[in-house]
Design a protein. Sequence first.
Length: 164
Amino acid sequence: MIILGIDPGLQITGFGILKKEGNKTFLLDYGFLKMSPTKSLPERIGIFHAFIQEKIITYKITDLALETPFLGKNSQNFLKLGYLRGILYLLANTHTLLLHEFSPREIKASLTGFGGADKAQVARVVLQLFPTLTMPNKLDVTDALAITLCGLWKTKNPYLLQIH
Protein backbone atom coordinates (compact mmCIF):
# COMPACT_ATOMS: atom_id res chain seq x y z
CA MET A 1 0.00 0.00 0.00
CA ILE A 2 1.27 3.48 -0.90
CA ILE A 3 -1.02 6.16 0.46
CA LEU A 4 -1.21 9.85 -0.32
CA GLY A 5 -2.88 12.00 2.31
CA ILE A 6 -3.94 15.49 1.32
CA ASP A 7 -4.99 18.58 3.24
CA PRO A 8 -6.29 20.62 0.29
CA GLY A 9 -6.28 24.39 0.17
CA LEU A 10 -6.46 27.06 -2.49
CA GLN A 11 -3.27 28.70 -1.22
CA ILE A 12 -1.52 25.90 0.70
CA THR A 13 -2.07 22.17 0.15
CA GLY A 14 -0.27 19.83 2.52
CA PHE A 15 0.55 16.28 1.49
CA GLY A 16 2.18 13.16 2.88
CA ILE A 17 3.07 9.87 1.23
CA LEU A 18 3.59 6.67 3.20
CA LYS A 19 4.40 3.15 2.06
CA LYS A 20 3.39 0.13 4.10
CA GLU A 21 5.27 -3.14 3.59
CA GLY A 22 4.31 -5.80 6.10
CA ASN A 23 4.82 -4.32 9.58
CA LYS A 24 6.99 -1.46 8.35
CA THR A 25 5.95 2.01 7.28
CA PHE A 26 8.18 4.30 5.23
CA LEU A 27 7.80 8.04 4.78
CA LEU A 28 8.36 8.58 1.06
CA ASP A 29 7.58 12.28 0.67
CA TYR A 30 5.83 15.17 2.37
CA GLY A 31 5.51 18.89 2.00
CA PHE A 32 3.18 21.47 0.60
CA LEU A 33 2.10 23.12 -2.61
CA LYS A 34 1.89 26.90 -2.37
CA MET A 35 -0.30 28.66 -4.91
CA SER A 36 -0.39 32.40 -5.41
CA PRO A 37 -3.67 34.09 -4.51
CA THR A 38 -3.08 36.38 -7.49
CA LYS A 39 -3.64 33.47 -9.88
CA SER A 40 -7.18 32.86 -11.05
CA LEU A 41 -9.22 30.03 -9.57
CA PRO A 42 -9.05 27.96 -12.80
CA GLU A 43 -5.23 28.38 -12.85
CA ARG A 44 -4.90 27.22 -9.24
CA ILE A 45 -7.15 24.23 -9.87
CA GLY A 46 -4.98 23.31 -12.87
CA ILE A 47 -1.78 23.65 -10.81
CA PHE A 48 -3.34 21.52 -8.05
CA HIS A 49 -4.40 18.81 -10.53
CA ALA A 50 -0.97 18.64 -12.19
CA PHE A 51 0.85 18.53 -8.83
CA ILE A 52 -1.28 15.75 -7.31
CA GLN A 53 -1.30 13.73 -10.53
CA GLU A 54 2.51 13.91 -10.65
CA LYS A 55 2.71 12.55 -7.08
CA ILE A 56 0.28 9.73 -7.93
CA ILE A 57 2.30 8.67 -10.97
CA THR A 58 5.78 9.14 -9.47
CA TYR A 59 5.08 7.19 -6.28
CA LYS A 60 2.63 4.66 -7.78
CA ILE A 61 -0.01 5.66 -5.24
CA THR A 62 -2.63 2.99 -4.44
CA ASP A 63 -4.73 4.86 -1.86
CA LEU A 64 -5.85 8.41 -1.30
CA ALA A 65 -6.83 9.76 2.14
CA LEU A 66 -8.88 12.90 2.70
CA GLU A 67 -10.54 14.74 5.52
CA THR A 68 -14.31 15.10 5.16
CA PRO A 69 -15.23 18.73 4.59
CA PHE A 70 -16.78 20.87 7.29
CA LEU A 71 -18.51 24.18 6.89
CA GLY A 72 -16.45 26.76 8.74
CA LYS A 73 -17.09 30.46 8.95
CA ASN A 74 -16.71 31.11 5.23
CA SER A 75 -19.13 29.33 2.92
CA GLN A 76 -17.26 30.60 -0.17
CA ASN A 77 -14.08 28.84 0.97
CA PHE A 78 -16.09 25.69 1.63
CA LEU A 79 -17.49 25.83 -1.91
CA LYS A 80 -14.08 26.46 -3.50
CA LEU A 81 -12.50 23.60 -1.53
CA GLY A 82 -15.20 21.44 -3.09
CA TYR A 83 -13.61 22.10 -6.48
CA LEU A 84 -10.31 20.66 -5.20
CA ARG A 85 -12.10 17.67 -3.69
CA GLY A 86 -13.75 17.08 -7.07
CA ILE A 87 -10.29 17.01 -8.68
CA LEU A 88 -9.17 14.46 -6.07
CA TYR A 89 -12.21 12.26 -6.75
CA LEU A 90 -11.51 12.49 -10.48
CA LEU A 91 -7.85 11.55 -9.97
CA ALA A 92 -8.86 8.63 -7.73
CA ASN A 93 -11.20 7.42 -10.46
CA THR A 94 -8.70 7.97 -13.29
CA HIS A 95 -5.90 6.11 -11.49
CA THR A 96 -8.18 3.48 -9.83
CA LEU A 97 -7.17 4.47 -6.30
CA LEU A 98 -8.89 3.44 -3.09
CA LEU A 99 -10.36 6.55 -1.51
CA HIS A 100 -10.57 6.91 2.28
CA GLU A 101 -12.34 9.79 4.01
CA PHE A 102 -12.24 10.61 7.70
CA SER A 103 -13.85 13.28 9.82
CA PRO A 104 -11.54 15.82 11.49
CA ARG A 105 -12.46 14.35 14.90
CA GLU A 106 -11.65 10.82 13.71
CA ILE A 107 -8.23 11.90 12.43
CA LYS A 108 -7.38 13.76 15.64
CA ALA A 109 -8.60 10.89 17.81
CA SER A 110 -6.60 8.30 15.85
CA LEU A 111 -3.39 10.27 16.43
CA THR A 112 -3.83 11.89 19.84
CA GLY A 113 -6.60 9.87 21.46
CA PHE A 114 -8.72 13.05 21.64
CA GLY A 115 -11.03 14.18 18.84
CA GLY A 116 -10.88 17.80 19.98
CA ALA A 117 -7.09 18.10 19.75
CA ASP A 118 -5.73 21.29 18.23
CA LYS A 119 -3.32 21.53 15.28
CA ALA A 120 -0.29 21.90 17.56
CA GLN A 121 -1.13 18.70 19.45
CA VAL A 122 -1.55 16.80 16.19
CA ALA A 123 1.77 18.21 14.93
CA ARG A 124 3.59 17.09 18.11
CA VAL A 125 2.34 13.51 17.71
CA VAL A 126 3.29 13.44 14.02
CA LEU A 127 6.77 14.70 14.90
CA GLN A 128 7.10 12.01 17.59
CA LEU A 129 6.17 9.33 15.07
CA PHE A 130 8.67 10.68 12.53
CA PRO A 131 11.65 11.81 14.61
CA THR A 132 13.69 12.84 11.56
CA LEU A 133 11.14 15.53 10.69
CA THR A 134 11.53 19.06 11.90
CA MET A 135 8.54 21.24 12.62
CA PRO A 136 7.42 22.46 9.19
CA ASN A 137 6.63 26.11 8.57
CA LYS A 138 3.09 25.13 7.66
CA LEU A 139 0.87 22.98 9.87
CA ASP A 140 -0.86 21.91 6.65
CA VAL A 141 2.04 19.44 6.31
CA THR A 142 1.53 17.81 9.71
CA ASP A 143 -2.24 17.84 9.11
CA ALA A 144 -1.69 16.00 5.82
CA LEU A 145 0.61 13.48 7.50
CA ALA A 146 -2.06 12.94 10.17
CA ILE A 147 -4.63 12.28 7.43
CA THR A 148 -2.17 9.89 5.74
CA LEU A 149 -1.54 8.00 8.99
CA CYS A 150 -5.26 7.75 9.70
CA GLY A 151 -5.73 6.33 6.21
CA LEU A 152 -2.96 3.83 6.83
CA TRP A 153 -4.40 2.71 10.16
CA LYS A 154 -8.12 2.74 9.34
CA THR A 155 -8.54 1.32 5.85
CA LYS A 156 -11.71 -0.64 6.62
CA ASN A 157 -14.23 0.97 4.25
CA PRO A 158 -12.53 2.47 1.22
CA TYR A 159 -14.42 3.52 -1.87
CA LEU A 160 -13.01 1.91 -4.98
CA LEU A 161 -13.53 4.49 -7.67
CA GLN A 162 -13.36 3.07 -11.15
CA ILE A 163 -15.14 3.43 -14.42
CA HIS A 164 -17.42 0.51 -15.31
